[in-house]
Ligand binder design. Structure first.
Ligand SMILES: Nc1ncnc2c1ncn2[C@@H]1O[C@H](COP(=O)(O)OP(=O)(O)OP(=O)(O)O)[C@@H](O)[C@H]1O
Ligand SMILES: [Mg+2]
Length: 436
């Protein structure tokens, strides 16, 4: 199912661009000027990759086989393929509005931008929440073998290394041209909190020589890292650097190939994930992964399953004080929450495990800039309370701005480490963050 991961990675980039375009629309409404080169780079990216590579991957491989396996998926796939067919026309409409806008008509442009991003997001959500789960159910092992072989063919003009390099370059261009205030999710949440306690704690986590692989792909190549009690450590790096794999290896859900994890004075390398959670390693995973049909309160209870019963109501109250919106909606299904609220729920659920070490995987992912700020405020508040935190983020500036220390991860290796503020100024960090 490597193919699904590749598609999801591409979705993530499209999503970031959609969020950025929405923000750009707001800025234009407020009278800001936006560099035409930025729009050209977005159009270029979408044309080259959505229309040529991304849609083809889905239509010719994934969707074709899904159609063979099940009749009931036809209407859904028809609709998704219609979206793909219409994509070019929708982009042309947007380009048209952009051309006119340069003569002063901005209302139509911002309207068109919002229509465009709304469609894009709806489409991605549909693929992620409906088509992909179904594909996992109905496709056979042989199907996956066929799809994955094509997707991993490095010589292929659509799937190969060259195409990926082109894709990265176009994306980088979009990032570097995005208005400063946006920076494609690179919002700074301000400077280091001066009132934070100085970190003088003992070493809570010590990782040495950690390796982890997916089949023959080594995703982590011997990581060394230390976290002191009370410290907030940012783990930054581009798409695919290995942040998620690292956090999953720490919480024990991802097998370690080599290395050691010492936690709170004990070697937990061979300890199972539920036992690590009992010892206080609590994880808020990438993509939130809340249980949509369950109520918000039940989701929180799930986070407390390793805890003695008497703690429950008091811990729930604590989470509710932190996130009043969750209290208000506690009997509703978690699936009814907005993206930002689900992120709060995912963090709340991790807190229910009474963490000694809280692992946060891209809490700002896919959120509009204002919500990003809110999530980082939550992290700051936890930090102030003395919680020990590892914060994995592509959003490097925001993460480093609030962290005591940071590690830069590049293709499975730590390439730089230092205090958060120093890293922010480092050219290499900027490069790593931009995925170059
Ligand atoms: N389930 C998987 N099967 C095969 N390879 C995988 C799988 N998950 C991740 N990888 C590969 O492992 C490497 C590290 O991926 P990982 O998801 O840990 O990176 P990341 O830094 O969290 O990226 P992102 O910022 O996109 O979340 C990448 O090369 C990725 O392609
Ligand atoms: Mg990740």
């Amino acid at each position: 199912m490597e193919a699904l991961r590749i598609i999801s990675d591409e979705h993530k980039n499209f999503w970031r661009i959609a969020v950025t375009l929405e923000h750009v629309a707001d800025e234009i409404d407020q009278g800001e000027k936006v560099d035409p080169a930025f729009f050209e780079s977005v159009f270029n990216y979408i044309e080259n990759f959505a229309d040529h590579a991304h849609h083809l991957k889905e239509d010719d491989h994934l969707f074709r086989l899904m159609r063979l396996r099940s009749d009931s998926v036809q209407p859904m796939i028809d609709a998704l393929e219609d979206d793909h067919r219409m994509a070019k026309q929708h982009l042309n409409e947007l380009k048209d509005k952009f051309a006119k806008a340069t003569h002063g008509n901005y209302t139509e442009l911002t309207q068109s931008l919002r229509d465009y991003t709304r469609r894009l997001k709806t489409h991605i959500t549909k693929e992620e929440t409906e088509a992909m789960p179904l594909a996992r159910q109905i496709l056979t092992a042989d199907d996956w073998h066929e799809i994955d072989t094509t997707f991993l063919d490095n010589q292929d003009p659509v799937f190969g290394e060259q195409a990926r390099a082109d894709f990265r370059e176009l994306y980088h261009r979009v990032v570097s041209l995005a208005p400063d205030s946006i920076g494609l999710g690179g919002h700074s949440s301000g400077t280091l909190d001066k009132h934070a306690k100085p970190v003088s704690g003992d070493i809570l986590l010590k990782v040495t020589g950690l390796e982890s692989s997916y089949g023959r792909i080594k995703a982590l190549k011997g990581l060394n890292l230390e976290v002191r009690r009370g410290e907030t450590v940012a783990l930054v790096g581009a798409n695919g650097a290995g942040k998620t794999t690292f956090l999953r290896a720490l919480s024990g859900v991802q097998p370690m190939g080599a290395g050691q994890v010492w936690f709170d004075g004990e070697d937990v390398s061979k300890v199972r994930s539920d036992q690590r959670m009992r010892r206080g390693i609590c994880h808020s995973p990438e993509g939130r992964q809340v249980f949509g049909p369950l109520s918000i309160e039940d989701n929180l209870r799930l986070g407390a399953y390793t805890q003695p019963k008497p703690f429950l109501s008091q811990d729930l109250e604590r989470v509710y004080t932190m996130f009043p919106i969750l209290k208000e909606k506690r009997h509703l299904p978690a699936g009814t929450l907005s993206g930002g609220q689900q992120q709060m729920l995912a963090i709340g659920r991790a807190l229910m495990g009474r963490p000694k070490l809280l692992l946060l995987d891209e809490p700002s992912m896919g959120l509009a800039p204002l919500l990003v700020e809110e999530v980082f405020n939550v992290v700051k508040a936890l930090k102030r309370e003395g919680m020990t935190i590892i914060l994995a983020e592509q959003n490097a500036f925001a993460a480093l701005a609030l962290a005591d220390r940071g590690y830069v991860l590049e293709t499975g290796e730590i390439t730089l480490t230092g205090n958060g503020q120093d890293l922010i100024k480092n050219e290499k960090v900027r490069a790593a963050y931009l995925g170059m």
